[in-house]
Design a protein around this ligand. Structure first.
Ligand SMILES: O=C(O)CCC(=O)C(=O)O
Length: 271
């Protein structure tokens, strides 16, 4: 990586690498998202719309639990892991100083649109710093990749350049806030936000301390993006804090579907 890029990252807290994500990897994710929504929607419609945004909106309207299950499943697509966890990304993170990049949490696909938002944050995330969620190495970073072209009308990601240098900011005291790590409005100036121009095929890396938020999606299309969070297991405070990871991943304490499965349906699978 040219020295100037590293300097820019250190100064601004983010860097956009242009046209480095293979389109096929993005297409594979979008196609698996489409397949997952279609598989659920088939339970509700005889004929499926061809447009993915319409499929997502329709499932949300027809069966919220199925929508939620599908949106969650999308965070576990094999294609998504192949997109975010590969040697190019690891090498980029190493060049940015994360000498031992480790995965902080499972990837997330966001479906930002007020048409599929049960609360405000599912339409757009308020100003926050990812470190509040990650609580890991001080040089932790987020890799943010658009899965569709994000136009101005769809609301580009917004960030405050250099805000990572201000460390962890105060949270909003609003107990009603939809997002637990919403930053106190007094801690930043509205005018300091800039829109980040990240095209399909680009890769944005930003410091976990960068103040950022979603733009507003004014279109009927779903704003599809994904992000991957990394910690540096060489960073001394992370080592000292025993590689703390606040994300919870628990085994089930009971069966979710009572009296399921019966033997005949298992036989159907294998016979
Ligand atoms: O993609 C966006 O609009 C915001 C994503 C984000 O801020 C996050 O996942 O923390």
């Amino acid at each position: 990586m040219p020295e100037s890029r590293l300097q820019n990252y250190n100064k601004n807290g983010y860097i956009t690498l242009r046209q480095v994500v293979p389109f096929q990897l993005i297409r594979d994710v979008v196609s698996e998202v489409d397949k997952a929504f279609s598989n659920q929607l088939k339970n509700h419609c005889d004929e499926l719309p061809s447009d993915l945004s319409e499929k997502i909106r329709l499932l949300y309207q027809k069966d919220f639990d199925a929508y939620l299950g599908t949106a969650k499943l999308c965070n576990h697509l094999s294609s998504l892991y192949l997109l975010g966890i590969n040697s190019n990304i690891t090498a980029t993170l190493q060049e940015l100083g994360l000498s031992f990049p480790t995965v902080c949490a499972r990837p997330v696909i966001w479906f930002h649109s007020s048409a599929v938002a049960s609360t405000e944050r599912y339409a757009k995330l308020p100003p926050h710093q990812e470190w509040s969620n990650m609580q890991g190495s001080l040089d932790g970073a987020v890799v943010w990749i658009p899965l569709t072209q994000i136009t101005e009308e769809m609301g580009k990601l917004q960030a405050i350049p250099g805000s990572h240098l201000g460390g962890l900011l105060e949270f909003s005291e609003n107990q009603e806030a939809d997002y637990p790590f919403d930053i106190d409005e007094e801690a930043f100036e509205e005018r300091d936000f800039v829109e980040l121009d990240v095209e399909l095929g680009d890769l944005l890396v930003f410091s976990s301390f960068l103040v950022h938020r979603s733009g507003h999606n004014h279109t009927k299309d779903i704003r599809l993006t994904t992000n991957f969070r990394f910690n540096n297991a060489d960073e001394k405070t992370f080592i000292r804090r025993n590689f703390l990871n606040p994300y919870k991943y628990e085994v089930a304490k009971k069966l979710h579907t009572v009296s399921f499965p019966k033997i005949d349906i298992i036989k159907e699978i294998f016979e």
